[in-house]
Design a protein around this ligand. Structure first.
Ligand code: SF4
Length: 356
């Protein structure tokens, strides 16, 4: 670390001591499993949202062993509403891998941690810093923003060369002494001071040599992701219900969009074409479509048209079992459910859907 790196770290640590966050639930432990839960949840999700999910998750699955032994449905159910469900699936797989490959002990080598499903280099670094005090840098989205501005580094951080430079800067500033306080401090500065839209430079502890601040060019760093057109995809969510007012839910394939979650059957997919035949057959009442719902994914926007369908009897390809289930109004969810589907289920539960 050079002298400006030392000064940078000293200021971050001092600021964290005075103004940083010290009472977050995952700061009260050095248990790598608990820290791991928090780091995975904090990927793409803000602290205030994560706290209740973190507490609920650990109440249900307090140890790594509990997570490894849990059914994926249970894990996804605990994750429902948090989004980015691949995180939960990978986390579950990774827990099983730690039990199998590392005899249940969380590995301490960065290469081994980063090789686990769903753990990148930054998350691995954060867990090892907070649980074991290892001297490692982190580079989450907030830290990238601070460093990109501080060094006025051009380019989108998703580009390999830009990211590689950011890692070099992260290494340069990470101190040997007080690495935990420094890491928490720089995360907090990114989350609460070096804000995306209106950074609070006048109270920033590292503002004294921030290049972007000096040039009043904070808004230029980090450069945004090159824009791409986000296509629209459409689907019809079939709200198939029986005379007891129960809705038919289908478990989605284990990978892909909403992988492993419970959802409404769709028309427009391969199983959807089978439904098309059912909808045109006897004993079926198709209601008026509900208003469209839009859900944005990173690569496309999904436009969902919910369509109530009353069936007197189920077609042969549906058998209650691992893939299909009737959901009772207001009943317990069979597993994880994506947010737009959850909204539909909630709305459905407020209606009188039983047939006389
Ligand atoms: S001075 Fe402003 S732009 Fe620079 S790191 Fe601090 S908050 Fe961010």
């Amino acid at each position: 670390m050079n002298s400006s790196g030392t000064e940078f770290a000293t200021r971050v640590i001092r600021w964290h001591h005075l103004w940083g966050r010290h009472h977050l639930p995952w700061q009260q432990t050095q248990d790598p499993y608990r820290i791991w839960v928090s780091e995975i949840m904090l990927q793409q999700t803000q602290v205030a949202t994560v706290i209740p999910y973190f507490n609920r998750f650990l109440k249900a699955l307090p140890t790594l062993n509990d997570l490894a032994q849990a059914e994926l449905d249970e894990v996804l159910r605990l994750w429902t509403g948090l989004g980015y469900y691949a995180r939960a699936r990978h986390f579950h797989r990774a827990a099983r891998e730690v039990i199998k490959t590392h005899h249940g002990l969380f590995p301490e080598r960065i290469e081994e941690v980063a090789a686990l499903p769903g753990i990148g280099r930054s998350t691995a670094g954060a867990i090892l810093v907070f649980a074991f005090g290892h001297h490692l840098p982190i580079l989450d989205g907030n830290v990238k923003r601070v460093l990109a501005r501080w060094y006025a580094l051009p380019g989108w951080p998703g580009h390999r060369e830009v990211e590689s430079k950011l890692w070099q800067h992260a290494w340069r500033n990470t101190p040997q002494e007080g690495v935990g306080r420094y890491t928490q401090g720089i995360m907090d500065i990114g989350a609460t001071i070096c804000l995306r839209r209106a950074p609070l430079c006048e109270v920033c502890p590292v503002g004294w040599r921030c290049r972007a601040r000096r040039a009043s060019s904070q808004a230029l760093f980090p450069a945004p992701k090159p824009s791409h057109h986000r296509p629209l995809r459409t689907t019809t969510a079939l709200m198939i219900h029986n005379s007891r007012g129960e809705l038919l839910l289908e478990r989605r394939p284990p990978s892909g969009v909403w992988g492993g979650l419970w959802s409404l059957p769709e028309s427009g997919t391969s199983s959807g074409s089978r439904w098309q035949g059912v909808l045109e057959g006897p004993g079926v009442e198709v209601g008026c479509p509900w208003p469209e719902i839009r859900h944005t994914f990173s690569h496309f926007t999904l436009v969902i048209t919910p369509l109530p369908v009353h069936l007197k009897s189920l077609p042969k390809f549906v058998e209650e079992g691992p893939k299909w289930v009737w959901y009772r109004q207001g009943g317990e969810l069979p597993g994880g459910v994506a947010t737009p589907v959850l909204k539909l289920l909630k709305r459905w539960s407020t209606m009188d859907n039983e047939s006389p």
